[in-house]
Design a binder for this molecule. Structure first.
Ligand code: DGL
Length: 266
């Protein structure tokens, strides 16, 4: 699985809890984060490169794109060209959002890339065209998470400004359409009000992965050992280990450095 940085750890946590016997390789592309403000074509290149790395160097049986921006940019192409199943977070998240709503007014927040791509608008409409959907891009949220600053006065002020249109829209359910945002759940909930249900795609994606592996008869049988969990970062590995461990838990122990031969890093 991969993400631009730490956000996909929310999905990793759900996968580890649901399927502790599976071997997992997590790539956090912190050397090139954030993906959100980049052109989708550039994010697509990164997603293809990381998927190649997972296939060639780790012989994975499935790829989880644990990043909404990368899912919006590259999922269809990855599914077309990759010899193993590839699953993203957008469709499972949209399904979970529609399960949660009662008043049929829902919201999605995400990066500029994700919201601008229209991927959520299409996914929600494909399920139920009668739903009233309000979307908002939240530039800046990811940077707060990557700094480990999830509950500060500054992020609260930013959230009040960015989420105001969604409060006004009277939604009853809000999808955190960026895998980094669950780390800001308390702040987002304070601003939206306790009656608004916050939905994240981590659990829904983990259940989808487990169903697909079971259907393909490729769930790993625990046998004599538990799953092995590897973490790789294209940025500062010590920083990744320190913050990642705080966000994911003790399974994140060692972090290996990876680099991309020809990539821009800014
Ligand atoms: N966590 C990623 C997502 O779900 C993107 C964060 C970024 O901008 O890199 O969209």
């Amino acid at each position: 699985m991969f993400d631009s940085g730490f956000g996909g750890l929310t999905v990793a946590r759900a996968l580890l809890d649901l399927m502790p016997d599976e071997d997992l390789v997590y790539v956090g592309d912190t050397g090139r984060y954030p993906y959100g403000p980049r052109d989708l074509s550039e994010v697509r290149e990164f997603a293809l490169e990381i998927t190649q790395h997972l296939l060639q160097n780790h012989d994975v049986k499935m790829v989880v794109v644990a990043c909404n921006t990368a899912s919006a940019a590259a999922l269809e192409e990855l599914q077309r060209i990759t010899p193993v199943p590839v699953i993203g977070v957008i469709e499972p998240g949209a399904a979970a959002l529609l399960d949660a709503t009662r008043n049929r007014r829902v919201g999605v927040i995400g990066t500029v890339g994700t919201i601008g791509s229209g991927a959520y608008q299409r996914a929600v409409a494909a399920h139920d065209a009668g739903i009233e959907l309000s979307c908002a891009a939240c530039p800046g949220f990811v940077e707060f998470v990557e700094r480990g600053e999830t509950d500060s006065e500054q992020v609260h002020v930013l959230a009040e400004r960015l989420l105001a249109p969604l409060v006004d829209a009277g939604i009853d359910s809000l999808l955190l359409g960026c895998t980094h945002y669950p780390f800001l759940a308390r702040t987002i909930s304070d601003v939206m009000g306790r009656d608004v249900v916050l939905v994240d795609s981590a659990d829904a994606t983990a259940f989808r992965v487990s169903d697909m592996l079971r259907d393909a008869d490729s769930l790993r049988d625990g046998g004599d050992r538990r799953g092995v969990h590897r973490f790789e970062s294209s940025g500062d590995v010590e920083a990744f280990r320190a913050l990642g461990r705080q966000l994911l838990g003790p399974e994140l122990d060692e972090v290996t450095a990876i680099s991309w031969p020809d990539s821009a890093t800014s």
